[in-house]
Design a protein around this ligand. Sequence first.
Ligand SMILES: [Zn+2]
Length: 458
Amino acid sequence: MTEQDQARRAAEQDPVVTALRALVRVPSVSDRDPAQVDTAVFDELLAELARQFPLVHERLEVTRIPTHALLLRWRGRTDADPVVLMAHLDVVPVDGEAPWTHPAYDAVLADSPEGLAVWGRGTLDDKGCVVGICAAVERLLAAGVTPERDVWLSFGCDEEVSGTSAVAAVDHLRAAGVTPWFVLDEGGAIAGSAFPGVAAPVGVVGVTEKGTSFFELRAEGRGGHASTPARNGPTARIARAVVRLDRSSLPASLPGPTVELLRRLAPHAPLPLRSLMAAASGRLAPVVTRALVAAGPEPAAMTRTTLALTTLSGSPAHNVIASTATAGVNARIMVGDTVASVTEHLRRTIRDDGVEVRVVEAGEPSPVSPYEDDAAFGLVERTITAVFPDAVPSPYVMMAATDARHFTAISERVYRFAPFRMSKAQRESIHSYDERLTVAALHEGVDWYAALIEGLPA
Ligand SMILES: [Zn+2]
């Protein structure tokens, strides 16, 4: 038997790997329309979770949050300043055309460029975190550990569709008078090849996230038959508005967490970049900002609110002039901007009273959680260094939205970090295909959550 066969044989017997594979095999896809959700599948997922982690379900106080979310309380030595560990149980659907190397819900245990891995939808987003948290608690329970403070576990069932289960969990905690010392949800990771020229992996912890808002632009006119068109109808006005927005951009700047990220990475960066990155907070800030804007859409998104033109509609028929034309703008709002200031930017840029700008979904950016000289952030950071000694821990601004944003209503500190090593290819597999988590990374993740809980101060 080769070494690889032995490793696979061992992983097949491994309870933590088995738990992840069991959860991945249950295709818990959420949907914006609750009627489209297969509740039997979510029932099965919760049953599987209880089977895999019996002590967690026996010893913790379990509250079911409609419809399939869980809130679990592990009583510590005190109920003052508790912590909340979050993850979500639902996954995004699989595109049937996508070229998965192994079927998305088979949870195949096979080699990957990163090593022996569990392959499948949800391994990284976010069943790996569910298993990491539960396996850590299960292990500590078996060892007779009582945490210094209450540890709450909050597992949502509709994160991927911006559902309401996290809001309901927050309401439950608020009603119970719980004010978490800090909340930890998915978000950052131990990211390899995250920054050009930096070899060390970066342990990025999201301390704020951009707000997601959706705007509708609408123009109305007389419509009519396509044989007698008039100039400047609704379709043309919307087209002009779209082009003007496409050519515009909101002002760029460097938020505090980005400055801190650059400062911490500077010693690991190639020599010509070092002093520039280290000075990002000072008089070189505009230079660094311009460099990031010029470096491509991803670095540019780190510096400002972005607008994506998404939906478009005009006439429903070939021979009818539209009486109404609309365009949708998906905005990711940076800390410092607001829904109101972005609305104002849209109006000013479009410069057309005939185009109505309406806020369809308003999401403000999340407040920035403390990261400088802060005991809670310090604990997260120290735990990263302890389990991932090669990684550079740092705060950063998250681009995507998570359930964690709702918890900013009850806690000053909301951190977004999944304690798993992820290559660039793995990060790109999230919401795409060939999602996979290595067996080694899964174990490091369990160790990390366990170390975090054991590190809670009295
Ligand atoms: Zn997720």
